[in-house]
Design a binder for this molecule. Structure first.
Ligand code: SAH
Ligand code: SF4
Length: 370
């Protein structure tokens, strides 16, 4: 029987680890073994991308969404009051990020493909870049779009795009979305974003109903196979007013619990993909008051403090237990900086924190895969 250290060494150095072995690791419940894996991932992070934690200020620009994903609290059929922030409001949030040394921001929104929305995002990106002399990294997360839209937003100055595949199992994807939501369209978008020249991030929800550890193992290999630069993933959390929240209970075929399952996904992704950026997401904090710090200790290197004005936050509840709905941006910043300092991590102030993997990819250097 191989020791856990030997197995970890193997998956770190193999070209494409065996998904059955990864699934086996994802089922570990023993505390000592879990901690050993997190420590290993932390070492890989320090060695490959440094121990700095980067801040990405999250601005939830609009909760208007044309889609109806069965798990999401702001889905088209959801009963929430809809808002779209004005240009000035978004610029003010970006200004806060800039003045406070955040290296970058994420503009996130429900999905709309109409010309007015495309123009709105384009204008926001341009104005933010004008204000900061292009020195604040801008990431977009606004769903599936035509290639012409992705190009317009890139030309306006956005450099990164986040689009989660949600699950790489297409049958499971079909169970989580209405019939007109198309897995292949999602894949098309991810491929196109990369071809056009974005730094591309994807991710999945962990602990979805009907999801198995084999699915999660294959999700990590999916990240590797499509060669992403960034990963943002977190636990699936119940929203009471959604079809999935009403009809199904999460079913992870392991006893380790959702928190450790999520930390393991971060850790194994770090060990296998090495030089990508990995976010320790807000959803992780919903599971544990120190969820984000635990994520950093398990190999993540990005945190996403929320900059959305407090008056909009209650209308951007993707799931029920979302933390920090009443905390203003200034408070989030100090609180998070203190927490991160307390676990011995340093924050990468005033640097965009581009994923090393993307820089290597775009400069034609061999990325740090085996
Ligand atoms: N509309 C865009 C961006 C906003 S949604 C898009 O869908 O890409 C951002 C992410 O929130 C989604 O990718 C999904 O993974 C996550 N999300 C939605 N509902 C969730 C839930 N109930 N639990 C956990 N994450 C959820
Ligand atoms: Fe809309 Fe994104 Fe929610 Fe799907 S996950 S309903 S696209 S906001």
């Amino acid at each position: 029987m191989e020791s856990l250290q030997t197995i970890l060494h193997r998956i770190e150095h193999e070209d494409r680890p065996d998904p059955a072995l990864l699934a086996q690791l994802l089922r570990i419940e023993n505390r000592e073994e879990l901690d050993l894996i997190y420590a290993r991932a932390y070492d890989v992070k320090r060695r490959e991308v440094s121990a700095l934690a980067y801040f990405r200020g999250l601005i939830e620009v609009s909760n208007v969404c044309a889609k109806d994903c069965l798990y999401c609290g702001i889905r088209r059929s959801g009963n929430v009051s809809r808002y779209t922030m004005s240009n000035d409001e978004v610029i003010a949030c970006a200004r806060f990020a800039y003045d406070n040394g955040y290296g970058s921001i994420v503009l996130q929104s429900g999905e709309r493909r109409d010309p007015a929305f495309v123009e709105l995002i384009e204008d926001m990106v341009r104005e933010i870049n004008d204000m900061t002399g292009d020195s604040l990294g801008i990431t977009l997360s606004a769903g599936e779009q035509d290639s012409s839209t992705y190009r317009r937003w890139l030309e306006a100055g956005a450099r990164r795009y986040l689009l989660r595949i949600e699950t790489s199992n297409r049958e499971l994807y079909a169970r989580l979305h209405p019939a007109d939501h198309d897995y292949d369209e999602r894949l098309r978008c991810l491929r196109e974003l990369k071809d056009i020249g974005y730094q591309v991030g994807t991710g999945v929800m962990i602990g979805l109903p009907f999801q198995t550890t084999e699915d999660l193992a294959r999700d990590i290999l999916f990240f590797r196979d499509i060669d992403v630069d960034m990963i943002g993933m977190g636990p699936y959390l119940y929203h009471h007013d959604t079809p999935l929240g009403r009809e199904a209970t999460p079913s992870i075929d392991a006893g380790g619990g959702l928190l450790d399952m999520s930390l393991m996904m971060i850790a194994l992704s770090r060990i296998i993909l090495k030089d990508v950026n990995i976010a320790s997401t807000t959803a992780l904090q919903a599971l544990h008051s120190q969820g984000r710090e635990l994520g950093l200790r398990a190999g993540a290197n990005v945190v996403m403090p929320n900059l959305t004005p407090v008056r909009y936050r209650r209308d951007y509840l993707l799931y029920d237990s979302k933390p920090c709905v009443d905390e203003d941006a200034g408070k989030s910043r100090d609180c998070l900086a203190r927490r991160i300092g307390a676990i011995g991590e340093k924050i990468g102030w005033n640097v965009a924190g581009d994923p090393l993997h993307a820089l290597r990819r775009m400069n034609g250097l061999t990325p740090l895969r085996n």
